[in-house]
Design a protein around this ligand. Structure first.
Ligand code: ADE
Ligand code: ZN
Length: 324
C-alpha cells in the first residue's frame, strides 16, 4: 500500500508555507540573520512540539516564523517544501501564506511574495510542479487589518489566486470578515476559509453562506449538522482534511476515529493534506500512510481522494484534464 500511495499522483490543497519550517532550516536561517531562538538543539525543538489545542501550536508556529527576514529566507523555505513535493509525487500545490505574520514584524509584503514566487518558478521549470498562492488573513486580528493586507496585495495580484482565513478559530467566526471577503472577491480573488476545525458547524454555515467560499479547510465539525452536510454536497464544496494535524492538535483522539471515513460514506468530497507538516510529523504521503492504516482505506478510496484533490483545485479545466 505504501508503494501504491507513494506513486499516486496528488495535489495538495491545504498547506501553510510557514508550517513547513523544519527545525534544521530554522537554525540555519536564525544563525545567518543573527537571531536567537529559545532552543539549543533540534531535539529540544522537537520535544517542544507537543500541543493540546490549536492555540498551543499557533504560539510556537508564529514564534518560529519570526526568524524569516529576507527574500532568500522565503525562497529557501518554499524550495524546501517543493523538494518534498517532488519526493511525494505532488504535481500541484496550493500554498497558503500569512502576510500579516511578517508585515507586523516589519518585513515587507514584497519581500515575502518575491521569495515565495521565485521558488514557485524554479519548481515549475525544474520539476513541472505547478502551484497557486492563497493569501490567508489572520482571524485573531481585526477586519480592518485584513483590509490593509488586501490593499498591500493588489500590486502582486497576478501572483496570488485566492484568499483564505486561518489562525485562532474559536471566538473569531467567519462573520467577522464578511466585508473583506466581499472586497477580495470584487478584486478577483477566489475564496476559501478554515472552518469547523475547532469551531462549531455554525462557523461552516457562515463560511459557505456569508463568506461564500468555494472550499472549506478542515470542516470536520460539519458532520454534527445533517442539513449542513446535505448543503455541502449540494454545492459541491470540497473539504481539505488534515489527518496528522487533527491528531497532533487533539481535534481527534485517535486516527482510527477520524471523521474522513464518515465524510466519504456520506458523499462529501474530501481531500487529504498536511497543513503544517514540519510541526505535525509528516508531509502528504505520511498523512496518506497513517490514514490508510487507521481507516483501512482501499486502493479505490485512495484514488478517489487523490482525484478529488485535482478536481477541487484552483487549476483551470484544461490542466485538470491533463492531470486527472
Ligand atoms: N495556521 C496554520 N495552521 C493552522 C491551522 N491548522 N488552523 C488554523 N490556522 C492555522
Ligand atoms: Zn490550516
Amino acid at each position: 500500500m505504501k508503494n501504491f500511495i507513494a506513486k499516486l499522483p496528488k495535489a495538495e490543497l491545504h498547506l501553510h508555507i510557514e508550517g513547513t519550517f523544519e527545525p534544521e532550516l530554522m537554525f540555519a536561517i536564525a544563525k545567518r540573520n543573527n537571531i536567537e531562538i529559545p532552543y539549543k538543539t533540534i531535539e529540544e525543538v522537537k520535544t517542544a512540539y507537543q500541543f493540546s489545542c490549536l492555540q498551543d501550536f499557533l504560539d510556537i508556529y508564529y514564534a518560529g516564523a519570526g526568524v524569516l527576514i529576507t527574500e532568500l529566507d522565503f525562497y529557501d523555505l518554499t524550495m524546501a517544501y517543493f523538494t518534498k513535493c517532488k519526493e511525494d509525487n505532488i504535481l500541484h500545490a496550493e500554498i497558503m501564506f500569512d502576510p500579516q505574520t511578517h508585515t507586523k514584524r516589519g518585513v515587507s509584503f514584497e519581500t515575502v511574495i518575491n521569495g515565495i514566487h521565485l521558488a514557485r518558478e524554479e519548481a515549475e521549470s525544474k520539476w513541472g510542479i505547478t502551484s497557486e498562492l492563497i493569501m490567508s488573513y489572520l482571524r485573531h486580528l481585526s477586519e480592518e487589518d485584513a483590509f490593509e493586507t488586501l490593499s498591500q496585495s493588489l500590486p502582486f495580484k497576478h501572483l496570488i489566486k485566492a484568499v483564505g482565513l486561518d489562525s485562532s478559530e474559536k471566538g473569531n467566526p467567519p462573520s467577522k470578515f464578511y466585508k473583506v471577503f466581499k472586497a477580495s472577491a470584487e478584486a478577483g480573488y477566489v475564496l476559501v476559509a478554515h472552518a469547523g476545525e475547532e469551531g462549531p458547524a455554525e462557523y461552516v454555515w457562515e463560511a459557505i453562506d456569508g463568506l461564500q467560499v468555494m472550499r472549506i479547510d478542515h470542516g470536520n465539525n460539519c458532520l454534527t449538522d445533517e442539513i449542513l452536510v446535505q448543503e455541502v454536497i449540494k454545492r459541491d464544496l470540497a473539504l481539505t482534511v488534515c489527518p496528522l494535524s487533527n491528531l497532533k492538535l487533539q481535534v481527534v483522539k485517535e486516527l482510527d476515529s477520524h471523521p474522513l471515513r464518515e465524510m466519504m460514506k456520506r458523499g462529501i468530497k474530501a481531500t487529504v493534506n498536511s497543513d503544517d507538516p514540519a510541526y505535525f510529523g509528516g508531509y502528504l504521503n505520511q498523512n496518506f500512510y497513517a490514514l490508510q492504516e487507521a481507516l483501512d482505506l482501499s486502493k479505490e478510496e485512495l484514488v478517489l481522494l487523490a482525484k478529488n484533490s485535482f478536481q477541487h483545485s484552483l487549476l483551470d479545466e484544461k490542466r485538470k484534464k491533463e492531470l486527472l
